[in-house]
Design a protein around this ligand. Structure first.
Ligand code: ZN
Length: 62
């Protein structure tokens, strides 16, 4: 089986499709085309969300 299904950005809360794999080959990125969505910012966002939830802050999406 080949993975031809479109990936979705793994950034927390982001449901944009991940950028397509490079035509020259290589793995498909796990993030969408937003510059601020990358491994580092996703990690920071997860930490922030975990921190918020652990404090029970009622803050949601603005
Ligand atoms: Zn994204």
């Amino acid at each position: 089986m080949t993975e031809t299904q479109a990936k979705t950005c793994i950034y927390p809360g982001c449901e944009r499709p991940a950028v397509p794999p490079h035509p020259m080959g290589g793995p498909q990125p796990s993030f969408c085309d937003l510059e601020e969505h990358n491994v580092l910012t996703a990690h920071q966002e997860r930490q922030r969300l975990a921190n918020e939830s652990s404090h029970g802050a009622p803050e949601g999406e603005r």
